[in-house]
Design a protein around this ligand. Structure first.
Ligand SMILES: [Zn+2]
Length: 236
C-alpha cells in the first residue's frame, strides 16, 4: 500500500476549518469478525472481511424481521459513495436491509440534497457513523483529472468539485489513487464545512466520519482513522 500520509495531512488541514482536532494517521484493512457489542465501524470492517472471503451471499431479512421494519428504520452507519455499479455498499459491507443509510452520487460529490440526506440520517435517525467511500479506478475522478470534456453542465460541475481536491504536485496528478483519496478528503471537508448540523454532531460526539477506499479488484475496503469522538456509538 502506498504511503497515505499526505492524504492524512491534507484532511487534517482542511478540517481545522470545521473547528475540530483531527488525527488521521493511516488506512487499515478489514479486521476479524467483531464482538456482538462491536462499534458500527467494527461491524463494517467485519462485514467487508466476510465479503472479501466470499463467506456469505446477500443478507435477506426473515418475514418477521421485515414486518418489524415497518415501524421505522434504524441503520447503524451512513455511507456516501460513488454511483459506480461495482461498489454497492450493502454488499461490500455484508449488510442487510435496514442496516445502512446509503447516499450515492457521481464521484460521491455532495450537493444540498446530499447534505440534507446526511443531516436527516445523523439528526432524525441518530446514525452514529458516516463513511465517505471512494473506489479504485473511479472513472469520473480520472476524467476530471485528465481534463476530459464534460458532456453537460452538470457533469462539468462534478468535475470541478473533484478537481478542487486534487493533489498539487505533478507526480501526484499522475497517480489516480492519490486523486481518488484527495477527492474523498475534499468530500469530507465539503460535507462538514457545508453543514453546520453535521459539524455540530461531530463536535458533540454524536457522529464519527471516516474516509474509505474500496479496492475493486480485491473487494477490500481500507479506512482512515475516524474523525470525531469515540462516544459517537452512544446512539446504537
Ligand atoms: Zn466512481
Amino acid at each position: 500500500m502506498q504511503n497515505l500520509r499526505r492524504w492524512t495531512v491534507r484532511t487534517a488541514r482542511a478540517l481545522v476549518l470545521a473547528g475540530m482536532c483531527l488525527t488521521l494517521a493511516s488506512f487499515s484493512p478489514a479486521a476479524a469478525a467483531p464482538e456482538p457489542t462491536a462499534s458500527p465501524l467494527a461491524r463494517l470492517r467485519a462485514g467487508n472481511e466476510r465479503f472479501v472471503r466470499g463467506a456469505e451471499g446477500a443478507v435477506l431479512p426473515a418475514p418477521e424481521t421485515r414486518r418489524a421494519m415497518s415501524d421505522g428504520e434504524h441503520p447503524y452507519a451512513m455511507v456516501l459513495s460513488c454511483t459506480d455499479s461495482r461498489v454497492p455498499p450493502e454488499l461490500v459491507f455484508g449488510a442487510g436491509v435496514g442496516d445502512l443509510y446509503v447516499v450515492r452520487t457521481l464521484g460521491q460529490v455532495p450537493d444540498r440534497a446530499v447534505l440534507a440526506s446526511l443531516e436527516h440520517g445523523a439528526g432524525a435517525l441518530h446514525v452514529p457513523l458516516l463513511v465517505v467511500m471512494g473506489h479504485e479506478s473511479c472513472a469520473v475522478v480520472k476524467a476530471a483529472h485528465d481534463g476530459t470534456h464534460a458532456s453537460s453542465a452538470h457533469i462539468e460541475h462534478v468535475h470541478k468539485a473533484i478537481r478542487a481536491g486534487s493533489s498539487h504536485t505533478a507526480a501526484e496528478q499522475q497517480d489516480l489513487r492519490a486523486a481518488i483519496l484527495g477527492n474523498v478528503e475534499q468530500v469530507i471537508n465539503d460535507v462538514l464545512s457545508g453543514s453546520p448540523a453535521l459539524r455540530a454532531a461531530v463536535t458533540g460526539g454524536h457522529l464519527q466520519v471516516v474516509g474509505a477506499y474500496y479496492e475493486v479488484g480485491t473487494g477490500t475496503v481500507v479506512f482512515s482513522e475516524p474523525v470525531g469522538a469515540a462516544t459517537a456509538t452512544a446512539h446504537k
